[in-house]
Design a protein around this ligand. Structure first.
Ligand SMILES: [Zn+2]
Length: 109
């Protein structure tokens, strides 16, 4: 498939048209014109559409690098994961996103 058309470049393909619409509004808020192809999926509810039918985000080639960065931020909004911690009560190693020990219920120090 041709990746560029005129001055437009495809920067992302995403299965969910709602997220595609969200990306579109985020880009527009930054003044980046974008075109969403295949906004309306073919197929019934619950069906997974073929890849060719997924919404595609196209932007001006000059805007492609910043658009990719913004899309990355939209899709992975989580900040850095907190450091894991060791439970003071039972010594279990707990992932940083948890505030309590899954093993004994102790609160993170
Ligand atoms: Zn514990």
């Amino acid at each position: 498939m041709e990746k560029t058309v005129g001055n437009l470049e495809r920067v992302h393909i995403i299965a969910d048209p709602l997220i595609a619409g969200h990306i579109e509004s985020v880009l527009a808020a930054r003044g980046i014109y974008c075109m969403v192809r295949n906004r309306h999926l073919i197929g019934g509810a619950g069906e997974i559409p073929p890849l060719e039918a997924w919404p595609e985000i196209w932007v001006d080639r000059d805007d492609a690098p910043i658009a990719r960065q913004l899309i990355h931020e939209v899709l992975e909004p989580a900040g850095p994961t907190p450091d894991p911690w060791i439970c003071p009560d039972c010594g279990e190693r707990i992932e940083g996103q948890f505030a309590e020990c899954w093993h004994c219920g102790a609160v993170a120090p």
